[in-house]
Design a protein around this ligand. Structure first.
Ligand code: SAH
Ligand code: DHB
Ligand code: MG
Length: 229
């Protein structure tokens, strides 16, 4: 460190960032597929809003902890979080992921293939609220990871409660909305929706939940059996 370098920033955020890097460095190294995916998404000008590596590893760990075989994701982007989760599935496992933007879906399919997960990751193109009703005809899911348009989170929670089996997990990214969930009154519709989502995760008797303060906050709820409620 040179004498001219600025003093160590002692505000909580930089420390949080450094600790995130420490955790990711230890537990969540990216391979070439994940690195290339981020580079390709960047070249195409896709938004850089995928989960962080340490959050991806946490998602994969949750998949493995409950021996999930069927995962539903709402909001694919380039397939970054999908690949992290799919890598936690056993042979024969499936991850269905919903995406409204054709280019995002195309990139996700391309990288799922490159990751050797072309038969595991099933990208379905369309508005999630149009696709979700048809999923009630399929086997129940073990996990639903919600990460699409924030205003629809309360609706996605309703669907997740229908589609995820007891003992499964409902996960919601961006539960902190960069701190905006503290606003009273909420400053925009997305913040209002996230507050409602978090309140319902906290109070629905069918759920036992918390927010894990990884990256932008990950809501994690266990779906209880009726007898546990
Ligand atoms: N889970 C991804 C990031 C998702 S970003 C990852 O971590 O890698 C949110 C995605 O949701 C975007 O690709 C956006 O196009 C998509 N999306 C937004 N509204 C949607 C909708 N109504 N239905 C389906 N996908 C939607
Ligand atoms: C945004 C959306 C996300 O899902 C995310 O993880 C980060 C940012 C956004 O819309 O700004
Ligand atoms: Mg997100």
């Amino acid at each position: 460190m040179t004498p001219e370098s600025p003093p160590e920033d002692d505000s909580p955020r930089p420390l949080a960032v450094r600790l995130e890097e420490y955790t990711a460095g230890l537990y969540a190294p990216e391979d070439d597929v994940l690195r290339d995916l981020r580079a390709e998404a960047g070249r195409r000008g896709m938004p850089e809003i995928y989960v962080s590596a340490d959050e991806g590893n946490l998602l994969q760990l949750l998949v493995r902890m409950i021996s999930a075989r069927r995962v539903l994701e709402i909001g694919t982007l380039g397939g970054y979080s999908a690949i992290w989760m799919a890598r936690g599935l056993p042979a024969g496992g499936r991850l269905v992921t919903l995406e409204i933007e054709p280019e995002h879906a195309q990139v996700a399919r391309m990288f799922a293939e490159r990751a050797g997960l072309g038969d595991v990751i099933d990208v379905r193109l369309g508005a999630a609220l149009d696709i979700l009703p048809a999923l009630t005809d399929e086997e129940p899911f073990d996990i639903c990871f919600i990460d699409a348009d924030k205003v629809a989170y309360p609706d996605y929670l309703d669907w997740a409660l229908r589609l995820v089996r007891p003992g499964g997990l409902i996960l919601g990214d961006n539960a902190h909305r960069e701190g905006r969930v503290l606003e009273d009154p909420p400053g925009d519709d997305a913040t209002r929706a996230m507050q409602e989502f978090n309140r319902r995760m906290a109070t629905d008797p069918r759920l036992h939940a918390t927010i894990v303060p990884v990256r932008d906050g990950l809501g994690v709820a266990l779906v209880l059996a009726p007898s546990e409620g």
